[in-house]
Design a protein around this ligand. Sequence first.
Ligand SMILES: [Mn+2]
Length: 312
Amino acid sequence: MLKKIVQKIEEFDTIVLHRHQRPDPDAIGSQLGLKKLLQLNFPEKTILATGFEEPTLAWLGQMDTVADSDYPASLVIVTDTANTERIDDARYANGAFLIKIDHHPNDDAYGDLLWVDTSSSSTSEMIAFFARELGLDVDAEIARLLYAGIVGDTGRFLYPSTSARTFEMAAYLRRFDFDFSGLSRQMDAMDYKVAKLMGYVYDNLEVDENGAARVVLTQETLKTYDVTDAETAAIVSAPGRIGAVQSWGIFVEQVDGSYRVRLRSKSAIINEIAKRHGGGGHPLASGANSYSLEENEAIYKEIQQVVKDASK
Ligand SMILES: [Mn+2]
């Protein structure tokens, strides 16, 4: 598989890299890590990265301006994105050949060539593996980007997706001379306003007798704390720090009145709930969409049910 991907890379002069909307450190880390990796190892090629410039992740790196005319003769590689609707920049379909590199369940098997490995903690881990297995040159900046992606998707090596290979890749990347403690501090840091929002989350969290929990963040709450939907990412794992909490949903009201629901769990499988409500993702970390207060209730009831079933 790795060889096939390299063969395709060798065939094209222009390569455009995409990742998912509402990017997280793994989306950008894998996208820009791969970009720098290809630039370093194939200096004669034009390697471009496209997508929304997420302000809270600007410290990771910048996107490029990609022209429509760049696409027809290009290889497009999409990292960290399970389904086509989630790909940032719909022009991904305009390339001559499409490769999917991802670690989410392969429910939407798009692309002409797919490398999907659900045993990987992150797509950044896959790119690090790709680089090491093929003996490609790696530098400190590539290592920084991929390490950030691994740290992001494993919750700093906390989630069960953290494997022996995850640590191997982390150890491999750590050899390069990037600002390790600066990056670690950056990824652990939060704005004062987000810290206050976290206080709100702990104050208003509803937890049932089996450990099913929820909190609703309305537009009004977001305004009160002066945080954007993207900034709420920092509080998603917070309920899990409470011992009694097993699975939880964070319901974030959107401008249009719908809700983005972030589902997390310590052991009970919750991505089936997400799939029933216009979303998907990992068994223990997924996202759904709700279009009414009734649907919010239905989703919470489903969380309660899986937690109850798992506690038997
Ligand atoms: Mn990921």
